[in-house]
Ligand binder design. Structure first.
Ligand code: AMP
Ligand code: MG
Length: 413
């Protein structure tokens, strides 16, 4: 079964509003095991809507349309869809009565507005909208189904969840797609591709590479005639990828790296203190997103200046003078200092040059040193990140979290 998603709105094609409806619907369809063959967007223009609906419905079993269902003049979806499908718009008496009750006493709801909302293509079924006035519609054309949903994301989601998802779930499927994201750190796309090459020929699932700031996500997709078989193919493929990539994989269930690290801290009962310079509290922000982290996270010190590093963390003036604030030595003293002050199992630190200025040949923009103190032990690491100031901060936070994750896995073993 193939599905197409068509979103409608001048605000979408002019870039004023990001099309989040497509993403929501595509994710939901994939979850339901339905392959999405296209996403397309047109403005609030009858001819464009009719032409695009014609095009996508000719090669899809299911079409999901969102936007332009309101009662105002710029809402032309119902008329345009009806025209493309060769149907007339008719007043639905039941819907009209319900809307009249709903709008009783509302001065803004003129008889024309209510009537307009109650017009639906002949033969269409209405799908209740639990959070708004514009109902969804299902139009059947032979074996094909065209669902029309409101544009407001909250309403679109409510109509989808109550009216569309159960309907799609009940459809007999000749082909089911099962998918999963395997999230990795520490390897580039090309390195992963090289490592996976020998295994890929035995993997029945397709593998897509999705590079992000935190690492590369691998999208595994298994297609089969039923859910059980697709799930088995996916499990087998996941096992093979895990066997090759080992600890580079941090999650197979959608969790982000800070959630994985937070859960590991909580599960192992490990306490942590953080000393941040160039990441400016980002590591602390991410860890404090995790519910229950207060049992493990003692403090996050944002020590931006040299004097803060000396006063709050006990970094020595000599170290700063001899090696500079962005150095392995300073990173190590920051990690040790924060761990000792907090009395935690682990201390971790970042110090770097986020840019765009401040770099030298020896210490270029993007250079970040990391320190990790565990008991009396000290580990250091450094990297040079490409990108803007914000990108350097986000990459550095991800690498620090990954150091923590690997350390926690060592402690667990
Ligand atoms: P409409 O139903 O077309 O009148 O849309 C109402 C509002 O919903 C618009 O002003 C947008 O802010 C929002 N909206 C419509 N379509 C989308 C979409 N595809 N993604 C995100 N927001 C949308
Ligand atoms: Mg609109």
């Amino acid at each position: 079964m193939r599905a197409a998603i068509l979103t409608i709105g001048d605000e979408l094609i002019s870039g004023l509003t990001a099309d989040t409806n497509s993403a929501y619907l595509a994710r939901s369809l994939v979850e339901l095991g339905i392959a999405v063959s296209s996403l397309s967007t047109v403005g609030d223009h009858p001819a464009d809507i009719s032409r695009e609906l014609d095009r996508v419905s000719s090669c899809s079993d299911v079409v999901l349309v969102t936007g332009g269902l309101g009662p105002t003049e710029d809402d032309v979806t119902k008329q345009s869809v009806a025209k493309a499908l060769g149907l007339q718009l008719r007043l639905d008496p039941d819907l009209h009565r319900r809307l009249l009750e709903r709008f009783e006493g509302h001065a803004s709801a003129t008889p024309e507005v209510v009537e307009n909302l109650a017009m639906i293509p002949e033969g269409a079924e209405t799908l209740p909208n639990p959070v708004g006035a514009a109902v969804g519609l299902l139009v059947r054309v032979g074996d094909k189904r065209v669902y029309i949903l409101p544009g407001v994301p909250r309403e679109m989601e409510a109509v989808f969840e109550t009216g569309v998802r159960p309907d799609l779930l009940a459809l007999p499927k000749t082909e089911v797609v099962s998918s999963r994201l395997i999230k990795t750190t520490g390897l580039r796309e090309s390195a992963i591709a090289g490592m996976l090459r020998p295994a890929v020929k035995d993997i029945q699932a397709s593998v897509g590479y999705l590079p992000r700031l935190t690492g590369v996500d691998l999208s595994l997709k298994a297609t089969a005639c039923d859910e059980g078989r697709a799930a088995r193919i996916l499990e087998e493929a996941t096992g093979k990828v895990l066997a090759v990539l080992g600890r580079h994989v941090y999650s197979t269930d959608g969790l982000e790296i800070h959630q994985v690290v937070g859960d590991l801290l909580i599960k192992t009962g490990t306490t942590l203190a953080v000393a941040e310079s160039c990441t400016g509290g980002l590591i602390g922000h991410l860890l404090t997103e995790v519910p229950g982290i207060s049992a493990c996270l003692d403090r996050v010190v944002v020590s931006y200046s040299n004097s803060a590093k000396v006063e709050c963390l006990g970094v020595s003036e000599e170290t700063l003078k001899a090696h500079g604030a962005v150095s392995r030595e300073t990173a190590e003293e920051m990690a040790r200092g924060v761990r000792e002050a907090a009395g935690t199992d682990i201390g971790i630190s970042t110090t770097g040059i986020a840019g765009p200025g401040g770099g030298t040949d020896e210490k270029p923009v993007g250079l970040v040193h990391f320190g990790l103190a565990v008991g009396s032990g000290l580990k250091a690491h450094h990297e040079v990140f490409n990108g803007s100031r914000g990108v350097v901060k986000r990459r550095a936070a991800a690498v620090a979290l990954d150091m923590l994750r690997r350390q926690l896995l060592d402690l667990k073993e």
